[in-house]
Design a protein around this ligand. Structure first.
Ligand code: FAD
Length: 453
């Protein structure tokens, strides 16, 4: 019988990537996958790295955040990006894949690897020894409970109704202005919140539009009692709007304690936006969780004065989502602070999306191998998209922590002011790839060989 050097839990996007990175560095990996013995609410097959919804891994362009992240992963030798490239479909500027061919290629590559030993079954406890937990947003209940006990978090299951996030530079000021309610700022004279004012007419038109808008259908697993109970404390705007004309004005859109500097008066209603990242480039719409269809969200939220030109880096959505409060628990190397031989990766750490999840698996796999070899785990530079994303999820404000997709707002600002957005994003990409190359040199990181297919 072969001994195990590393246990990886979950053969999804993150877990298979981590297992490949480890195995190619000569470690013996035991990879646990509970499907098909135990199914999740969203997966349909027993294949690894199944794409549960869209078949797109986002833009291929370097001047787009997901394009840059994928290129960085290619340079680090990502097995997942390689398999996606090999099964790509024509899709303009996006990397869309044949989802069946993609997950079959991942399954075949991982299953055929002599250093990877697959166990089909549910893990209900956290193993001793070098381990990577990559069990995803639909982590089984028993394992979620154990992770919760170990990390001191009472519950990790969220029935998410996420609020949209916009870039600060796309908010028009005025009419938007900075102020905290009753001027209760945290010390910054400018005001911690950005406020968008609505007069009565604008408010009524907004409420009518929200009520009439098309909603996303909830899947059956998302309609259970627990979800409803949770949402009572975190109601989507469309549910509130349906409860009465004034419900939003007395809820997330209440204007108390605020004064529009243009009129000197309190507006009829207000949408408040709160800073969402350390760099202060992203702002979320406070209390604006929603399950409206995405084109509807874009259309209706742009009715809000100040948000006519809003650039959305995340739109609202609802689904079961298991994630830990990573800023409290994890190092940027993805090691648990309280147990250095335990790594977490994938959507469970809040790096949102297929590519963000695989990116975490890539880093955790590299770092678990480095730890096994007695080397210092790698921390990726914040100028790279990989480093910026991992830095965000491990250092965001734990009070408001929510999963985050790769986006340019996470990167440190450029030292020079580049006015044209396209040029600026290209500059971010150049700087990111250069920073990644520097880190690969410094850590002596060479990309591993990829599956032959
Ligand atoms: C309903 C839904 C729709 C989504 N749609 C999209 C989308 O369209 N685009 C996008 O970019 N992202 C989407 N996401 C977010 C995210 O990108 C995906 O969920 C992604 O698959 C996460 O990768 P992962 O590796 O973290 O988890 P997964 O790919 O889910 O892999 C985790 C694996 O762990 C296994 N597992 C769980 N518990 C155990 C256990 N106890 N023992 C053994 N195995 C276990 C699971 O069976 C699963 O195979 C969606 C998420 C959900 C829930």
């Amino acid at each position: 019988m072969t001994t195990t050097d590393v246990t990886v839990i979950g053969a999804g996007l993150a877990g298979t990537e981590a297992a490949w990175q480890l195995a190619q560095r000569g470690l013996q990996v035991t990879l646990w996958e509970m499907r098909p013995v135990v199914q999740t609410e969203a997966h349909l097959t027993d294949r690894f790295a199944e794409l549960v919804c869209s078949n797109s891994l986002g833009s291929t362009r370097l001047d787009r955040a997901l394009g840059l992240l994928k290129e960085e992963m290619r340079r680090l030798g990502s097995m997942i990006i390689h398999c996606a490239d090999r099964t790509a479909l024509p899709a303009g500027g996006a990397l869309a894949v044949d989802r069946y061919a993609f997950s079959q290629l991942v399954t075949d590559s991982v299953s055929a690897h002599p250093n990877i030993h697959i166990v089909r079954g549910e893990i209900t406890d956290i193993p001793a020894g070098l381990t990577i937990i990559a069990s995803g947003p639909l982590t089984s209940d028993a394992l979620s409970r154990r992770i919760g006990e170990m990390t001191g978090q009472t519950h990790l299951h969220f029935f998410d109704a996420l609020a949209p996030i916009v870039t600060l530079e796309s908010i028009t000021m005025p009419p938007a202005w900075r102020q905290s309610r009753y001027d209760r700022d945290s010390g910054e004279s400018e005001g911690d919140y950005v406020n968008c004012p609505l007069d009565r007419e604008q408010y009524e038109a907004f409420v009518a539009a929200v009520r009439a808008a098309e909603r996303m259908e909830l899947r059956s697993f998302e309609q259970d009692d627990e979800a409803e109970r949770f949402f009572e404390g975190c109601l989507p705007i469309e549910v509130l709007a349906g409860r009465g004309d004034k419900a939003l004005a007395f809820g997330p859109m209440r204007p108390v304690g605020l004064r529009d500097p243009r009129t000197g008066r309190r507006p009829h209603a207000v949408v408040q936006l709160r800073q969402d990242n350390q760099a202060g480039t992203l702002y979320n719409l406070v209390g604006f969780q929603t399950n409206l269809k995405w084109p509807e969200q874009r259309r209706i939220l742009r009715m809000i004065p100040g948000l006519e030109q809003a650039e959305f880096v995340r739109l609202g959505q609802m689904h079961r989502n298991t994630f830990v409060n990573s800023p409290l628990l994890l190092e940027p190397s993805l090691q648990l602070r309280s147990r250095r031989d335990l790594f977490l990766a994938g959507q469970i750490i809040g790096s949102e999306g297929y590519v963000g999840s695989a990116a975490g698996g890539l880093l955790a796999g590299i770092n678990a191998a480095r730890l096994a070899a007695g080397e210092e785990p790698a921390v990726m530079p914040q100028e790279s998209m990989l480093g910026a994303l991992m830095h965000y999820v491990t250092s965001a404000d734990p009070r408001y922590f929510q999963p985050m997709k790769a986006n340019f707002g996470l990167l440190p600002p450029l030292t020079e002011n580049v006015r044209n957005k396209g040029d600026r994003y290209q500059e971010y990409a150049n700087r990111g790839l250069e920073a990644l190359a520097g880190a690969m040199d410094a850590y002596g990181l060479a990309p591993v060989a990829l599956p032959v297919s």
